[in-house]
Design a protein around this ligand. Structure first.
Ligand code: ATP
Length: 932
């Protein structure tokens, strides 16, 4: 056998070795991939997708099944039940009885673990399915058009465009890049950004991590932009090959679930202590030890709320479903619960509080204000100029062509495209701020396509929130720059065009286009322009200034000697419903805070329009924040509600300061640099539509509609989940305490025998308590949920009256049952069955009253039909346990005569009556207290 044959047969990969893309020029790569700069055709992509499969990494989803199962079995309460089963079996063997209880306990424990396992696996599946909904989108060129597609549809040969905040969706070879920086932590673990260049040619042997002209799936674009051709997708990518994706899916337990685990230990210890007291007391009273031991076993079973973990899991899962129906997608389960405790919501302005459908409504050019009319993104409208008082020392009016030059600069210094949908409506692909510029140019009948083909972009500085400007270098392909550009750029065919925040652009301008062409910009004229920008911002408009300069050898120098072309002001109206949402926040004790990169006056105007900012309350600036030390910052964040010109990194400081003040913070973000703040906040909220993939991955919740009102809705749902959890905790523990005292009292009152067998208790805890508890978790809503302050984060599950309720109700429940027990015992009736029946029936009444703090007559009984069904079915099952012989034998019950059954029903009604009177009394005394 020849050596080469041997090598081939041992090769782990039977597929052809791909070319070394990094050693080929962009053109060669395109040729190899049978692709072009116009993108693939529909037919090509369909064929490649069928051959290659979707661009997806096949990974084990979330927590392993084994680990979920282990969680069910390693629970201390479950271990205690198994110990009870063992002792019960020993007692049965000793008495030559069949160990029915022991077997039933083991079966039920097994069944419970299985149910818990199924519930939790399903909850995890649901969570993963929700995440699937947030499928990353990517900008792809197909059939000579750029479009946004799910990254799963990518195939080799596709042309993709990436910018800061995007996650690289597949392996690709760069075709062009502008300041493109990538964080390749997914591959290297290095957080430091790596700069990529399209025009490098590397040795074929260059290691993967040094291939500076290639992009790899799973890495993140942290700055700049670039275009690339996809070379590998799915499991063929470097990431797919080494299968090294950090798997963060699902399976986290919520703070409440953790607290419940803690509670389990407390319950087990108290059970043991109580058992000791009862056994000792009974023994001192002369009770037989074996009987006492049986009582002890029953008590141990009674104290464990067997049904609770399943009910909580189901409630949280229902909560996530309800939230997604209201456009809030939960990525981490603990968020459901934390939402209920949120005290501050920090939000951006653009897109969340406003519609992010910018429209240019006014230009400032020369000494003219030019109003722009039109509807939405429709590029039809008119311009109405009005003369302003010219700045000091300037010629009034406007130079011919200056308006169109300003509009053309807007087109050339933007990447957005205008698209007409089939229904005739217009939409923008790209940043709406830039889309508005293209629309405005359309209104002046400028041919956007012709402009962009004639003035080709040769270099650029992409927009970033930190820099607050974007700059492009364009070259006139026809060789001459026309007037008045020609005047600016007489010595060069290349021109720098820049746009950005007026303060930033004006700082770099030393000339401007006034009434008589390009003249020097003096201090008072600069001041005049700044005042113009302030005036526009004060009416809630977003203002961009435009500058240009002939090409100089160094970009820094060019950026320092700009000619001011003018201003464009855009209207981005508040979203409908946001003002109401802000008011709801206030009512609910939550402070909404706006943190924006926009001008302070724009921020103030929008803040006032939506009721976020009262009167003249201060707006704090990003640069002021920089000066504050931590203590001062903590003091400022405790009162300030609007922050303007804040760069993303300051958001992290604001979150930390709020948290140091004890606030529970929800924070929205969309850019790549928002990720640290999103991670730091208790609830990081990403934007589903405009958010970058990186921000989505750092978040706990994604707003599918980018709307602030959705956060408030999610908070409401979170509060409902929490209220429902409290409701059934109250119900379940109230019943457990009642059972426990009843059982414990029997030997102390001299009754011989155990009131309830472990089997009967398990039946009660899982069936007669379990079903209604599940139905309580489905309560549709609660009066006043958003009119009360948020829950204390990390508060005990027995906080705010629940502990007292459980004890009070448990004691009364037990007292009523004990009276019945003693009466039945004395009168020779089947007292154990009567106790069992009364406890079960009384719990039905308890379930009905636990729905609300209001008396039942004031609650619509049909608003939770599940509860009515649960009560009916459970009562019927309870009757079956008494009157179906096989069940009655198994559960050791005696069929009750009508008289005895009536007594049980009567005592249950007594308990129900007490519960209702207790509510009425409490409501009355609360009102009396409030009146006083
Ligand atoms: P937020 O979304 O945080 O509420 P924002 O979107 O208004 O705020 P940024 O996008 O950081 O904040 O914008 C800050 C400023 O930068 C704007 O006020 C505007 O003057 C300028 N600007 C915004 N977008 C662009 C752009 N595409 N090109 C140039 N300048 C821009």
């Amino acid at each position: 056998m020849r050596k080469s044959d041997l090598d081939f047969s041992l090769s782990p990969l039977s597929r052809p070795v791909p070319p070394a893309w990094h050693s080929l020029t962009p053109q060669d790569c395109l040729r190899e991939l049978d692709a072009s700069t116009e993108g693939l055709s529909t037919a090509q992509t369909a064929e490649r997708l069928a051959r290659q499969g979707p661009n997806r990494l096949e990974l084990a989803a979330g927590r392993s099944h084994l680990s979920i199962l282990w969680d069910q079995l390693s629970n201390i309460m479950l271990l205690m039940l198994l110990a009870v089963a063992a002792m019960s079996a020993a007692i049965a063997f000793q008495a030559h009885r069949f160990p029915k209880d022991a077997i039933a306990i083991v079966l039920i424990v097994g069944l419970n673990a299985l149910l818990g396992y199924i519930q939790e696996s399903r909850a995890q599946q649901a969570l993963l399915a929700l995440r699937e909904m947030a499928q990353p989108l990517v900008t792809v060129r197909r059939d000579a058009h750029w479009e946004r597609l799910s990254s799963e549809l990518l195939v080799p040969g596709d042309l993709i465009r990436l910018e800061a905040g995007d996650r690289v969706p597949a392996d690709a070879r760069l075709l062009e890049a502008a300041e493109l920086g990538l964080r390749e932590a997914a591959l290297t673990g290095e957080a430091e950004a790596v700069f990529k260049k399209a025009d490098l040619l590397l040795e074929a042997s260059t290691p993967v991590l040094e291939r500076q002209n290639c992009l790899f799936q799973g890495t993140e674009v942290v700055r700049g932009r670039g275009t690339a051709v996809v070379t590998a997708t799915g499991m063929d990518t470097e990431l797919g090959q080494i299968a090294q994706l950090i798997n963060t899916a699902g399976g986290e337990s919520t703070p409440l679930q953790e607290r419940l685990d803690g509670l389990a230990n407390v319950l087990v210890i108290s059970a043991l202590a109580l058992v000791a007291v009862v056994v000792l007391g009974g023994w001192l009273l002369g009770q037989p030890l074996l009987g006492l031991l049986e009582v002890a076993l029953s008590m141990a079973v009674a104290i464990v709320p067997e049904g609770l973990p399943a009910v909580i899991t189901v409630t949280l899962a229902i909560g996530t479903q309800r939230m997604v129906q209201r456009a809030a997608l939960i990525r981490r389960l603990p968020a459901v619960e934390t939402l209920g405790s949120v005290t501050v919501i920090c939000t951006d302005k653009t897109g969340t509080l406003t519609l992010n459908r910018q429209v240019v409504v006014e230009l400032r050019c020369g000494s003219q204000s030019i109003a722009v009319s039109g509807q939405g993104y429709d590029p039809h409208g008119s311009f109405t100029p009005a003369e302003l008082t010219a700045p000091e020392g300037a010629v009034a009016g406007i130079t011919a062509g200056a308006r169109d030059l300003l509009l053309a600069a807007g087109v050339l210094c933007s990447d957005a495209e205008l698209k007409k949908a089939e229904d005739g409506s217009w939409d923008v692909l790209g940043d709406p701020t830039e889309g508005a510029l293209v629309v405005a140019a359309g209104k002046a009948q400028l041919d956007v396509f012709a402009l962009r083909s004639r003035y080709r972009r040769t270099a650029e500085i992409p927009f970033s929130s930190e820099r607050q400007l974007m700059a492009v270098w364009v070259e006139d392909s026809e060789g001459t720059l026309q007037h008045p550009l020609g005047e600016v750029a007489s010595a060069s065919h290349t021109l720098l065009i820049t746009k950005g925040a007026p303060e930033v652009i004006l700082r770099s301008c030393d000339r401007w286009i006034g009434g008589n062409g390009v003249t020097a910009l003096n201090a008072s004229q600069r001041h005049w322009w700044l005042e113009q920008a302030r005036g526009l911002a004060a009416s809630g408009l977003r203002v961009l200034a435009f500058g240009c300069a002939p090409h100089h050898s160094s970009p820094e120098q060019a950026l320092d000697h700009l000619v001011l072309l003018g201003l464009m002001a855009q209207l981005d109206p508040p979203r409908p419903g946001v003002a109401v949402a802000v008011a709801r926040c206030r009512e609910a004790g939550i402070r909404p805070v706006m943190i924006t990169g926009d001008h302070p006056l724009t921020a103030r105007a929008i803040g006032q329009a939506i009721g976020l900012l009262d009167g003249e309350a201060e707006v704090v600036l990003g640069r002021e924040l920089e000066q504050f030390n931590d203590a001062r910052l903590q003091e400022v964040v405790s009162r300030c509600t609007v922050y303007a010109r804040v760069p993303p990194e300051q958001k992290l400081r604001i979150v930390k300061a709020l948290q140091a003040n004890g606030q529970v913070v929800a924070m929205t973000g969309d850019g790549v640099n928002d990720a640290p703040a999103l991670k730091q906040a208790h609830i990081g909220v990403a934007m589903g539509i405009t958010g970058t993939e990186v921000s989505k991955e750092a978040s706990d919740m994604v707003l599918l509609d980018d709307n602030f009102a959705t956060i408030v809705n999610a908070v409401e749902e979170g509060r409902l989940v929490y209220a429902n959890i409290r409701r059934f905790i109250k119900y379940i523990f109230g019943s457990n305490v009642g059972e426990l005292i009843t059982i414990a009292s029997a030997p102390l009152l001299g009754l011989v025998g155990v009131p309830l067998t472990p089997l009967q208790i398990l039946w009660m805890n899982l069936v007669t308590d379990g079903f209604p508890a599940l139905a309580l978790a489905l309560e549709p809503g609660e009066e006043g949920l958003m009119q009360r302050p948020p829950a204390e984060p990390g508060e005990s599950i027995f906080a705010r009256g629940i502990g007292r309720y459980v004890l009070r109700i448990g004691v009364v429940f037990a007292a009523i049952t004990i009276v019945l027990m003693v009466y039945a015992f004395r009168s020779g009736a089947p007292w154990q069955t009567m106790v069992f029946t009364t406890l079960c029936l009384a719990q039905m009444g308890h379930a009905l009253t636990a729905r609300s703090d209001l008396p039942l007559v004031q609650v619509n009984p049909f608003s939770n039909p599940w509860l009515l069904w649960a009560v009916l079915v459970t009562s019927a099952l309870q009757m079956a346990l008494l009157y179906v012989p096989a069940l009655s034998n198994f559960f050791v019950t005696t069929p009750l005569c009508l008289h005895d059954l009536a007594i049980c029903v009567g005592f249950s009604l007594l308990f129900f009556l007490y519960l209702e009177l207790d509510k009425i009394w409490r409501l009355w005394s609360r009102r009396a207290h409030a009146d006083a």
